[in-house]
Design a protein around this ligand. Structure first.
Ligand SMILES: [Zn+2]
Length: 104
């Protein structure tokens, strides 16, 4: 039963993020509303947001950020290679490690 609930929750989160993406340019307020709702659903159902969605939300101000418009994306090759996402609302920095590919 719990698994079923999580599946439904994840389904809704996916739909909400898709809607947020579609409305990001013309209705940013609406996009923000969708993201907020998606996060609420995921916490209620106790499911983690998939990584692809997690990077679309600033972890500091919880706002919907889109690479290239409301966030800056830089690749940092030094030390452990990683992506740096800078939120243009609050300036918060999120680092995403890049997994090194096995060379074979
Ligand atoms: Zn932010």
């Amino acid at each position: 039963m719990n698994d079923n609930l999580r599946k439904i929750a994840l389904e809704r989160v996916k739909i909400l993020f898709r809607l947020a993406l579609e409305n990001a340019n013309c209705r940013p307020d609406l996009a923000q509303k969708y993201v907020k709702l998606a996060m609420k659903i995921s916490s209620r159902a106790r499911v983690h947001l998939p990584r692809e969605y997690r990077i679309q939300v600033c972890k500091y101000c919880k706002r919907f950020i889109l690479p290239g418009t409301t966030s800056q994306v830089r690749i940092q090759p030094r030390r452990e290679p990683h992506i740096v996402l800078t939120c243009s609302h609050c300036g918060g920095i999120t680092r995403i490690p890049l997994k090194r590919k096995e060379t074979k």
